[in-house]
Design a protein. Structure first.
Lengths: 421, 335
């Protein structure tokens, strides 16, 4: 059924169609609307039987999810940013124990400085946690991916993060095609746990494992993730059969044939990039884009296949590996090992900085001339940074840096208005 | 087992005869059909109070739940000595997740079981969470308080040995004042642990007004079993705090564990009581009041209070704390 609704609401409705049995929630922007809606469905009886637990922290949220999943219940939670970091110990524990929890990450920057706006720092900080990670481009894809996520996680006994851009997707009202309960029931089988706490068949879960077996247990987690690379295309094809549309998969290319310059990105940013590429193609530029839906496991073969014909690759990412450059770019480089292709890292849009078509037009044209730095910061205000560096050189007690930079920039609202104009 | 009425007390010991009681009143551990939830062969130290307390508590919970029980366990001695695979001691379904999240894991299990029961997929299954004092009063305190506040259907058992014994005897918020630990050494002008404000979690649990809070020691094992049974007859959040002497951490002889626990109770150092919905309901009275020195002296963690010179003022402060317990909980009168 077609609906014009907020992204968060769409995800909540899709999650409800998956018949979760336990949902735990702790408020953090920008994921809050999702669990608010689910709380409503549980309280008004739409979603029953289901337990909705208002926990006292994200650490507790993931811990409740661990207990619930180990007891055999289909379990869901959502978080973002600081919340994901606060639960990090339990995040690793959930994957280590092999519990198929589905969690939405409404991607948001990590402080300090505190910032509620969108980038991918939160999810990418957990890239080695053993969770599967998929990134939605649109709200339609976000809701579709949640349905696929339960199927994938439960088949592999691995937890999965469905990542969607905070505010840009979570708070955007878009038209989505909401599946019916019958469709979801046809696609998503009943959860049959591989391990369950059951007095009829007592097991010990979470025992201490020493050097004699630790590596084998961890390798198994890796091997299972690699299995996802084989399963996902099949699940996406089956999804198309049941729901009548393409969603998910490993990667997607757009206007990539004969492209000399390939742009790589994840999430909602792909929409803006495609618009720019349409205009550049119309003007005769040989440029295309590779969208990465599955970030963990990283689809190395598909990325290599999609990019190997290009002369240069521009990885546009909403994350920063401080002291190195890019996180996504590092992964892309690995996929391109030994190929004579220049890979440029462009850090863009962090902390919610708008990524405008004007900036992308300029960036891609410079890239085509190989006239950009290996690590570029899109729309970075060099004057402000230089001023602060000068201040720190001249004054020992230069004070808190973020506050000094804000003071130099002046009224923030005016600055943002100027940026998006 | 045949019923033999015999003498109740053995003179000069603290042993209470079990055989004097009619079979239905005998302790769970006295039954040949006890569950042995924590099987023998685990790696606890000789004389470990926690192993003893957990054995009694979990078996009593198992009996009360008719064998339909799931346990969640915090990281710590109990977890480590009972599990290095493939040598698990647990005869119950058991999960260890992290150090600080056991109450929340138990909440999750209880939530899942509730839904599964509503769906008719599983029977009524009960949940016990357990941890040491570090996992309960320090790192797991947030999750514990959350579980209390929501009144989740979990019995949480804290085995309090007054420190982080598993990592080598460091101070926790349950370490008593003046006690020596690896992070509060018996050196300097004020040797041993500081005199802070204290953090007696049973009282904090009472402040949450949960249906049932009780304390116990491994000296009164029948009392411990009875409290587990009472807790299991109630739904909602329940808290049982058991004092479990640690021969290694306290510097006591292995065969003294029960006597030391008894002395903690008899001196008023550790009040043994029950509370319902935030109100004190009963106390285990002190039978023969003793000065705190009797409790402190056999423990090497207090050796610096007696030699090279006696620190009478410190002992007096500890006596004041015991006297306050006696006054506050009415330990001399009992009820």
């Amino acid at each position: 059924m077609l609906k014009q609704i907020e992204g968060s609401r769409a995800v909540a409705e899709a999650v409800a169609l998956c018949r979760p049995e336990v949902i735990c929630a702790y408020p953090i922007s920008p994921q809050t609307h999702i669990v608010e809606a689910l709380g409503e469905f549980v309280k008004d009886g739409t979603l029953a039987p289901c337990e909705f637990i208002n926990v006292e922290s994200e650490f507790a949220a993931m811990s409740v999810a661990i207990g619930s999943s180990a007891a055999g219940a289909r379990t869901y939670t959502a978080t973002a940013s600081q919340g994901l970091l606060f639960m990090a110990e339990a995040v690793y524990n959930a994957s280590g124990l092999g519990l198929p929890i589905v969690m939405t990450v409404a991607n948001r920057a990590i402080g300090a400085p505190i910032n509620i706006w969108n980038d991918h720092s939160d999810a990418l900080s957990q890239r080695d946690s053993g969770w599967l990670q998929i990134f939605a481009e649109t709200n339609q894809e976000a809701l579709d991916l949640h349905i696929q996520a339960f199927r994938l996680a439960e088949e592999l006994s691995l937890p999965i993060m469905v990542c969607m851009d905070g505010f840009i997707l979570t708070h955007a009202y878009e038209r989505v095609d909401m599946p019916t309960q019958a469709q979801v029931d046809a696609y998503l089988p009943k959860y049959e746990p591989r391990q369950v706490l059951d007095p009829a068949e007592p097991v010990s879960i979470g025992a201490m494992v020493g050097p004699e077996a630790f590596m084998e247990v961890r390798y198994l987690a890796h091997a299972k993730q690699m299995e996802a690379l084989k399963l996902i295309p099949g699940y996406a094809a089956e999804f198309r059969e049941v729901f009548g549309r393409d969603s998910g998969g490993l990667t997607h290319t757009y206007k990539a044939d004969d492209a000399e310059t390939m742009v790589v990105a994840m999430g909602s940013l792909l929409g803006t990039i495609k618009d720019v590429i349409d205009e550049m193609r119309a003007a005769g530029h040989k440029i295309g884009v590779l969208g990465i839906t599955l970030f963990r496991p990283f689809p190395i073969a598909q990325v290599r296949e999609a990019l190997h014909g290009a002369q240069r690759v521009v990885v546009l990412e909403k994350s920063l590996a401080v002291g190195l450059g890019g996180i996504l770019a590092t992964n892309v480089r690995m996929a391109l090992s030994a190929l004579p292709i220049d890979v440029y890292t462009v850090v863009a849009g962090i902390g919610g900085r708008p990524i405008t078509m004007r900036s992308l037009h300029a960036l891609f044209r410079e890239a085509e001339r190989d006239d950009i730095d290996p690590v570029t910061f899109l729309d970075l205000n060099h004057d402000v940074v230089d001023k602060q560096l000068a201040r720190e050189r001249s004054t020992r007690r230069s004070g808190p840096a973020a506050e000094a930079i804000l003071r130099d920039i002046g009224v923030v609202a005016a600055k943002v208005a100027q940026e998006v104009r | 087992m045949s019923f033999q009425p015999v003498k109740f007390y053995q003179t000069g010991t603290f042993t209470v005869g079990n055989r004097l009681l009619p079979p239905e009143e005998r302790s769970v551990q006295a039954q040949t059909k006890r569950f042995n939830s924590i099987n023998s062969g685990h790696r606890a130290c000789q004389g470990c109070g926690e192993a003893l307390g957990a054995r009694y508590a979990v078996d009593a919970a198992m009996e009360a739940a008719n064998g339909q029980l799931i346990c969640a366990n915090a990281t710590g001695c109990l977890e480590v000595f009972s599990t290095p695979y493939p040598e698990t001691s647990w005869q119950v379904p058991w999960i260890h997740s992290l150090f600080g999240n056991t109450a929340a894991v138990a909440t999750g299990i209880a939530a899942a079981l509730k839904v599964k029961q509503l769906k008719g997929e599983r029977r009524d299954i009960r949940v016990v969470a357990q941890g040491g004092d570090g996992g309960t009063t320090d790192i797991g305190f947030g999750c514990l308080s959350g579980m209390f506040e929501r009144n989740d259907d979990v019995l949480y058992i804290c085995y309090d040995n007054g420190g982080y014994m598993n990592t080598g005897i460091q101070r926790s918020s349950a370490t008593p004042p003046a006690a020596r630990t690896a992070t509060t050494l018996a050196v300097g002008d004020e040797p041993g642990n500081l005199f802070g404000q204290g953090k007696f979690v049973p009282a904090i649990a009472m402040a949450h007004e949960i249906p049932y809070v009780a304390t116990a020691t491994v000296a009164d094992l029948r009392d411990l079993e009875a409290k587990v049974r009472r807790a299991m007859a109630i739904r909602g959040a329940r808290y049982l705090h058991i004092l479990v002497p640690c021969p290694l951490g306290w510097g006591t002889a292995s065969h003294e564990t029960i006597r030391i626990a008894r002395l903690a109770k008899e001196t008023g150092i550790f009040p043994v009581f029950e509370a319902e919905h935030g109100e004190l309901k009963s106390v285990l009275a002190i039978r023969r009041p003793l000065p705190v020195e009797d409790y402190l002296k056999p423990q090497k963690r207090y050796a610096h209070l007696f030699a090279p010179k006696a620190r009478l003022e410190v002992i007096a402060r500890l006596q004041q704390l015991a006297d306050r317990n006696i006054r506050r909980y009415g330990l001399l009168e009992g009820n």
